[in-house]
Write a protein that binds this ligand. Structure first.
Ligand SMILES: O=C(CO)[C@H](O)[C@H](O)COP(=O)(O)O
Length: 222
């Protein structure tokens, strides 16, 4: 199963509700939230209040990618606000077992996220207890960046690691994914596709979501 997770980071916030409705009609599986604190990454976005207001009008799973320091302190608030999936970074969460367990104990799916410059070996141990891995294919902080080509090779290696250590884990890829490189990324082993500018920069967000979702469905049969 290939899942589509539009990232609202690139949405038009004046029309946020309408844009979320458009991706739902277009076939999105999750809504992805890029939570940034201006410390771990050089940008500031939003917190649990925004998730909560969307949760109240949306039946899709909400996927919160926490690019923040002191994640343990905020995880309960994100779960309370309606986050179904939460990912935290290996780079600034040294007690990753405890943090992932906290997410699971609160009833959400727990993901470990990894930056392009971090060796995959850093998450090997966490694969035994995570529900998903979020592989960054750009340096986190901003939407609309170019896909880092080496991510394909990393994705292939991660697929092998996951298949041998814990095949139930889903691999989510995030950054620079467009309709044009979807096939290459899917064939390298991704299960969940976070797409921001590749959806929200379109004049027709609903149709663009539908095109991407159709492509993902066709790739499930490959
Ligand atoms: O995590 C992110 C940035 O830190 C974004 O989710 C990611 O970059 C998606 O945006 P785009 O599809 O435009 O690259």
């Amino acid at each position: 199963m290939k899942l589509l997770a539009p990232s609202i980071l690139s949405a038009d916030f004046w029309h946020l509700g309408k844009q979320v409705e458009a991706v739902i009609r277009g076939g999105a599986d999750l809504i992805h939230f890029d939570v940034m604190d201006g410390h771990f990454v050089p940008n500031i976005t939003f917190g649990p209040v925004l998730l909560e207001s969307i949760k109240n009008h949306c039946n899709l799973l909400l996927d919160a990618h926490l690019m923040i320091d002191n994640a343990d302190m905020y995880i309960p608030e994100f779960v309370k606000a309606g986050a179904d999936w939460i990912s935290v970074h290996i780079e600034n969460n040294p007690h990753i077992h405890r943090t992932l367990q906290l997410i699971k104990d609160l009833g959400a799916k727990a993901g470990v996220a990894i930056n392009p410059g971090t060796s995959l070996s850093a998450i090997e141990e966490a694969l035994h207890y995570a529900d998903f891995v979020l592989l960054m294919s750009v340096n986190p902080g901003f939407g609309g960046q170019r896909f880092i080509e080496r991510s394909i090779e990393r994705l292939r290696r991660l697929r092998q690691m996951v298949d041998s250590i814990n095949p139930s884990i889903l691999i989510e890829i995030d950054g620079g994914i467009k309709l044009e490189n979807l096939e290459e990324v899917a064939l390298a082993g991704a299960d969940v596709f976070v797409i921001g500018s590749g959806i929200f920069s379109s004049d027709n967000v609903e149709e663009q979501t539908r095109r991407i979702k159709r492509k993902l469905i066709s790739l499930e049969e490959v």
